[in-house]
Design a protein. Structure first.
Length: 90
């Protein structure tokens, strides 16, 4: 079972998760430089946790913003590629 999951994800789940997080942050920085903003996508989430950000978690907010912005593209593209490259039937 674990071998099938590793094969589908492209490696061990924690390693894949770490790579996706780092890639999402990197893509988020690039998209932010282009003027895109993830908050218009996640407006309801922003309202819910705005109080937490206002308590001085600026570094978390900065990192989270880049993660969300990058994840909007990285996660769907990764999932599509995994599904396209999945082994055909057995």
């Amino acid at each position: 079972m674990a071998n099938g999951i590793d094969r589908f994800l492209g490696g061990p789940p924690l390693a894949v998760l770490g790579k996706l997080i780092l890639l999402s942050i990197l893509i988020g920085v690039v998209l932010s430089a282009l003027g895109l903003d993830p908050w218009n996508i996640f407006e309801s989430v922003r309202r819910l946790i705005r109080g937490v950000w206002d308590m001085g978690f600026d570094a978390i907010r900065w990192l989270w913003q880049y993660f969300l912005l990058g994840a909007v593209l990285v996660i769907p593209i990764w999932l599509i590629l995994r599904l396209i490259r999945a082994p055909k039937g057995r």
